[in-house]
Design a protein around this ligand. Structure first.
Ligand code: GLA
Length: 562
């Protein structure tokens, strides 16, 4: 059941608007713009691995100066975290003034940046780091400062001038937020955002400098049907994108306010979106706040492990000079970081979810797999996973294992077991022996319960072979195998669509048991072209609507890539 081609191209080439009219035109264009042809392309993506770095926002919001940025850049290097890959320092909102100068240029806030922005960029570069900056696709940033987009009511946007200014400063990374985007009368929000982000892509293509482009557009559609449409186009323009809510920020008035629920929420909304990402194009679950106030060390381990299982960008956003040695050791754990930075760039597959734990499996490039178990519950948990639990059915299957937190190794394990503290996550790399056979294309099939109620616990429903999508319990009826010809199998029976009804039947391989999976997430019956629909009343096939929650499914994503 191949999904639609995964999110690969990171240039506008995949966009019909940009499709070259003829080879001749392409050659002429290439000759004309050769010196500027530094945009990413699928052969040499700009961000072949999930970006890593530091950003001021989640700790400081607007309470910073150039000195704050440089102190953190310095701490990034001194802590050794830069050497582990956290190499881009990004200044978020509030760096600019509310108005432009008389030539229409952005102006850095003179209080925060008395010598302007360029010396700050140079100082960051001198530390061997890359430099990122924030702007907005609308008239004003979320903080109310000058944006790059069209003014409210329409008019001239500033994407090209601003991109040139950034390039002249030596900017390597741009986060383009999506507050205050103007939609003309009759224009959809989706179209307005697409026009703005496409314009930024075109501007970046003209500045003669490779600039990683982080798009926030999808976050402005979370919970609405258009969310999936926006997630389907961002890959044509940028290398990474925020899909949803901000992670909880540090509040100096309540420094110890717990922030783990926010980590759980971002993890939950990111996990079902694996089909949109591939090397060069990344879902961004927002900042790593691990190590900062409001998270325990176990919770810090969980955030790093879960983000790494999802191949999410790892952008620290804490006061780095206050990170303790234990937090630095977690955030700099080479073995866990290598899971995040694995070149296959897969999203983890959710193998099983119960009320207290998640079991995740991620295929790695070198024949290994990463396995993680999150203990969401407030109590310690003992877990044992057999080879069959991980999808290996070969007889006498053994694997070599390495616990990525402790380094403990076992060369001939037949189970993975661990005691997991509350809110902690165990993570291993395993190498199955040849006798284990290929892993089954196995895991949970989930859908979102409702658009947005920001409750991590009730957000996801699991498809059950008992005939409904229900609160995930981890029972065997929620374990599905996606066969190569597109059947959905559970307990040796197949999901069957006939006469509008969906039932579990003995597997026959007929069209009524085969499903096509498309990029937005519809499962379309091969026999009647209708969509698998889960409502309170149960499962049915119905005419496919516009990205209805009841019809958008997430499959064991590791298996969707070619
Ligand atoms: C939005 C973004 C945040 C941050 C702020 C700045 O909320 O999602 O990451 O950039 O704007 O105002």
């Amino acid at each position: 059941m191949p999904a639609q081609p995964p999110a690969r191209p990171s240039t506008p080439k995949g966009d019909p608007m940009y499709r070259a009219r003829s080879l001749f035109q392409l050659l002429i264009l290439a000759a004309l713009f050769a010196p500027c042809g530094l945009a990413a392309n699928s052969a040499h993506p700009l961000a072949p691995l999930p970006p890593m770095g530091w950003n001021d926002w989640a700790h400081y919001q607007c309470d910073y100066t150039a000195q704050t940025i440089l102190e953190n850049a310095d701490a990034l290097v001194r802590s050794g975290l830069a050497a582990r890959g956290y190499n881009t320092v990004t200044i978020d909102d509030c760096w600019m003034q509310k108005t432009r100068d008389s030539d229409g240029n952005l102006q850095a806030d003179p209080q925060r940046f008395p010598n302007g922005m360029k010396p700050v960029v140079q100082a960051v570069h001198a530390l061997g780091l890359k430099f990122g900056i924030y702007e907005d696709a609308g008239s004003e940033t979320c903080g109310g400062f000058a944006g790059s987009g069209q003014p409210d009511g329409g008019g001239k946007a500033h994407f090209v001038e601003d991109a040139k200014l950034f390039a002249s400063w030596g900017v390597d990374y741009l986060k383009l937020d999506g507050c205050n985007v103007y939609a003309a009368k009759g224009e959809s929000q989706n179209a307005a955002y697409r026009t703005a982000y496409r314009a930024e892509r075109a501007a970046l293509n003209r500045v003669g400098r490779p600039i990683v482009f982080s798009e926030s557009a999808p976050a402005y559609f979370q919970g609405a049907p258009d969310w999936y449409d926006v997630l389907s186009w961002v890959r044509h323009y940028g290398q990474l994108w925020r899909e949803g809510d901000d992670i909880a920020t540090f509040d100096p008035k309540h420094p110890d306010a717990p922030r783990f629920q926010s980590v759980m929420w971002n993890y939950n909304y990111n996990l079902p979106l694996g089909r949109f990402q591939a090397p060069g194009n990344w879902n961004d679950a927002d900042f790593i706040i691990g190590g900062d106030s409001g998270l325990t060390l176990a919770e810090t381990r969980s955030q790093l492990a879960l983000w790494s299982m999802m191949s999410a960008p790892l952008i620290l956003s804490s006061n780095l000079s206050q990170l303790g040695a234990a937090a630095i050791a977690v955030l700099g754990n080479r073995a866990v970081l290598s899971v995040d930075q694995d070149p296959l760039g897969r999203m983890a597959t959710l193998l099983r979810r119960t009320s207290s734990l998640d079991v995740l499996l991620k295929q790695l490039h070198n024949g290994q797999d990463a396995v993680a178990v999150l203990n969401r519950s407030p109590s310690p948990l003992h877990i044992e996973l057999s080879a069959a639990d991980l999808g290996f059915s070969g007889s006498g299957c053994q694997f070599s294992t390495r616990d990525l937190w402790t380094g403990a190794q076992d060369t001939q394990a037949s189970v993975l077991d661990a005691d997991i503290a509350p809110h902690d996550t165990a993570i291993w790399k395993i190498r199955p022996a040849p006798t284990c056979g290929a892993p089954a294309r196995m895991g949970a099939i989930t859908r979102i319960a409702s658009g947005l109620h920001r409750d991590a616990e009730s957000y996801t429903l699991c498809l059950s072979s008992t005939g409904n999508a229900e609160a995930c319990s981890g029972s065997s009826s929620e374990s599905w195998t996606v066969t190569l010809d597109g059947a959905l199998q559970s307990s040796a029976r197949c999901l069957t669509a006939a006469n509008g009804k969906v039932t579990m039947q003995a597997c026959t391989g007929k069209a009524e048991q085969r499903w096509r999976y498309d990029l937005v997430g519809n499962l379309i019956s091969r026999s009647d072209r209708q969509c698998l629909t889960g409502t309170r009343e149960g499962l049915s096939v119905q005419a496919c609507g516009h990205n209805l929650n009841s019809q958008i499914w997430s499959l064991p994503t590791a298996w969707l890539h070619p």
